[in-house]
Design a protein around this ligand. Sequence first.
Ligand SMILES: NC(=O)c1ccc[n+]([C@@H]2O[C@H](COP(=O)([O-])OP(=O)(O)OC[C@H]3O[C@@H](n4cnc5c(N)ncnc54)[C@H](OP(=O)(O)O)[C@@H]3O)[C@@H](O)[C@H]2O)c1
Length: 229
Amino acid sequence: MRKTIVVIGASQGIGAELVNLFAKDENHLVIAFARTIEQNNRWASYENVRVHNLDLSSSSLQTDLTELLNNYPQVDYLVNNAGFLVNKPFLELSYQDIIQSYQVNILGVMQALQVFIPKMLQQGGHVVNISSMGAFQGSVKFAGLSTYSSSKAALTNLTEMLAEEFKDTNIKFNCLCLGAVQTEMLAKAFPGYEAPVLPREMAEFIVNFTLNQWKWINGKVIPVSLSTP
Ligand SMILES: NC(=O)c1ccc[n+]([C@@H]2O[C@H](COP(=O)([O-])OP(=O)(O)OC[C@H]3O[C@@H](n4cnc5c(N)ncnc54)[C@H](OP(=O)(O)O)[C@@H]3O)[C@@H](O)[C@H]2O)c1
């Protein structure tokens, strides 16, 4: 049976590679969301990819998402891959910097999950939250990333909470804390640093994890890192 896979934060970087890889299998219907994805629809010729603009920081997020998902009877896999990073000393962070980080990295994800979970309850599924090594307890920390890393840390905890709250259903929740991957976000966090991992390589890991590992793992926060940072 055809599986429906949603990737949020799919316009570039790791998310775009996730869509490429998930879409390789014709039995997958891939729904790709990001703020600015429709203008640059690189999957226009793909029969099994749909793209939609969705802003995790919008006040109409839940109504927008509910309306978009009306076109899809079910969701089997959800990868919450969107992320927003500000690199600034703590004392220089504006209220807007903090709000936007928390809105994209945790509050919008919570609101989106309130729409997705009811769609997954009947047939079960796997929710994979993409967090960061900076949000992993006990990891090396880097100055300038306080609002990014602390908002991503909330996502790691939310994963454990939801696995508990929905343990009697067939939905599994896991969180991957990524190490450095060569993307625009990494260049913002660590200018000039060269990561040992390409977006395609990390996407290969995430695709395999999403499709296969829910059978054995639930409510886990897993570091996925070759380097520091
Ligand atoms: N690269 C790394 O080294 C690294 C390390 C640890 C964790 N991560 C995590 O891995 C994930 C992917 O990172 P990346 O490096 O590929 O980042 P990226 O290239 O900056 O891509 C981020 C994605 O998030 C989307 N996004 C941002 N704000 C959004 C909003 N308000 N609503 C909806 N979508 C939004 C962006 O789309 P638009 O621009 O269209 O909004 C884009 O598709 C992120 O969660 C990041 O925190 C990355």
